[in-house]
Design a protein around this ligand. Structure first.
Ligand SMILES: [Zn+2]
Length: 277
């Protein structure tokens, strides 16, 4: 997930939205889509208005000239003929990538709106802060911005082997790189060293940046690295990890789907290690 090509982000809702504007309208965690099962579409403002759907709007920006809006549908919004409410994950590979990326962006903004209706400091109802993507408290002045939580992913290598782990929550047989959220006071490098040590008891060196991915479940920025094994005995005492093993780069287990940065990180590294020296 990333900013689609040709997308111009903005947070200032235009006074006059055209009926052709695209609306990412969420009821709880589900987004309204039109079209058939095989070819879902994002409804236009005209469709949303005709259906009588109401709720707070946040501007996202323009995609190839089309204004895009995130909408928090009012509680108790009923089902509407011609629109289905579906989970974001069900749209992977069915919605064109730019629209999927914007749906994920809208989801995070809608979730932020929904969880910041009241001031976290004094409990007064908040309001949208003009000119910024922020909620402010009219009583105490506290300002809350959408939350993005940095997380790091580490693929540890040893010679031509990759260190992969299975979390209990994974589908059976699937392995992936190690990952964890950054804690207050840590650098990304600190976090990487700590997570690898805590999860599998291994020390690392030669940390190298690979790439990053926005992930809307719920509001992560996954920052991926490779690192070389520097010592320690493989063990998994971490409650989240079911199993961790070294795999030869040319004999890998089932991996996460290609939509995830984990898969791109593992594929690219395995190709590099399996190649001629
Ligand atoms: Zn307050």
């Amino acid at each position: 997930m990333h900013t689609p090509q040709g997308f111009l982000p903005s947070h200032v809702l235009p006074a006059d939205l055209p009926p052709t504007a695209l609306v990412f309208a969420f009821r709880d965690a589900k987004v309204a889509v039109g079209g058939g099962e095989d070819a879902p579409t994002i409804p236009t403002l005209a469709t949303i208005a005709t259906a009588g759907l109401a709720g707070r709007r946040h501007y996202l920006g323009e995609l190839a000239g089309a204004p895009c809006v995130a909408q928090v549908l009012d509680d108790g919004t009923p089902d509407v003929p011609g629109l289905a409410f579906v989970g974001l994950r069900s749209l992977f590979f069915r919605l064109p990538e730019p629209l999927l990326a914007l749906a994920a962006r809208a989801f995070q903004i809608v979730e932020w709106d929904r969880t910041h209706r009241y001031c976290g400091r004094c409990g007064t109802p908040t309001r949208d802060k003009p000119g910024e993507r922020a909620k402010e408290c009219p009583a105490c002045g506290y300002v809350a911005y959408p939350r993005v939580s940095p997380a790091m992913m580490a693929l540890v290598t040893r010679g031509r082997e990759l260190l992969l782990a299975r979390a209990h929550r994974f589908p059976p047989g699937m392995f992936s790189a190690l990952a964890g959220f950054v804690e207050p006071g840590e650098t990304i490098e600190d976090c990487l060293a700590r997570e690898v040590r805590e999860e599998v008891g291994v020390e690392v060196r030669e940390i190298r940046y690979f790439g990053s991915q926005s992930w809307a479940f719920p509001h992560s920025l996954m920052i991926a690295f490779t690192a070389e094994y520097a010592g320690g005995e493989l063990r998994c005492e971490d409650a989240e990890i079911a199993e961790a093993r070294w795999f030869p780069a040319d004999a890998l287990p089932p991996l996460p789907p290609s939509v995830s940065i984990a898969r791109r990180l593992i594929d690219a590294t395995a190709r590099r290690l399996a190649g001629p020296r």
